[in-house]
Design a protein. Sequence first.
Length: 320
Amino acid sequence: MQTRAWQDAAIGWALSQSGHRLIQAPPGTGKSYVGYMIAARWLAASPRNRVFWAAPSIALCEQAQARAWRYVGTPAFLCRAALRAPLGARFVVTTHQSAIRYLSAARPTDLLIFDEAHHANQHALANFSTCARHTQCLGLSASPWSPGCEWAFPQRWVYPLTQALADGVLVPPRLYESVPRDSVPYTLHFLDSVREARMAAQRSGALSFVQADPVSSLSPWLKGRIHNLYVCGRLGEGYDVPPCARVVIHRETKSPIWIYQALGRALRRHESKPHGEAYGIHGSTADALWCALLLADARQSTLCAIGRSEHSTEQSPTLT
């Protein structure tokens, strides 16, 4: 994989800093790759150095371990439940909740990479303290706007959404208030609950992906045989399905973080799509998205008090 200019700049910045720092970049721009490259250079700097990679779920840990083998240059070990890394392991992947066990014996030369770093905040004090207690910590997030996240990561490097669009790294969004009238492959529907996702899939002869469903069950959707996939929390962050060009929001939300992560599923660059589509953008969901689009270009997380009326049509994507 060829490193993009923004990724080179972010890698250089992260390695030149010390303490707690964070890289903010939109979904689908290659933040994880940046993390792997930083880990590789950190490990190459000294044989004593180690890296602990923490992700919010087992599925994302498995994904990180599989990809790390390609980029880090050292074996990547996954730790969960009874599965433990050997004592000599230099790259360890674990969940946010389990990371504290390894940091209790960590050295000042060890680097903690906290993926989806918006989970380290005042509402998740265990995650917050995990980051705070270690000397060297790098956060990765598209949306580090949760309360207290700026305290956990006071140094921040931002790749703005507008720059990612200008660079052609992402496709531009098209936003619609209604639900779509046609059906296209790789459509992702977000609902309020596991029960609603399963019922909606059953009614329409589609597929749901909830709770402990294995990733292998996504195969009919990923191959385009089934167009519509219904989820509630899963696939909202961290998963990369570039052909997905449409998300449909069937739930009201006031969270800029959640709606931005959901929209991001449709903005990944792919030869088959000139733009990404988001349906169901109205009411509080639209307010949250306008806030997210402002924050995605800001270096401080203090803009959410800005109301919807303050956004001109020239500044915001078209709402149809």
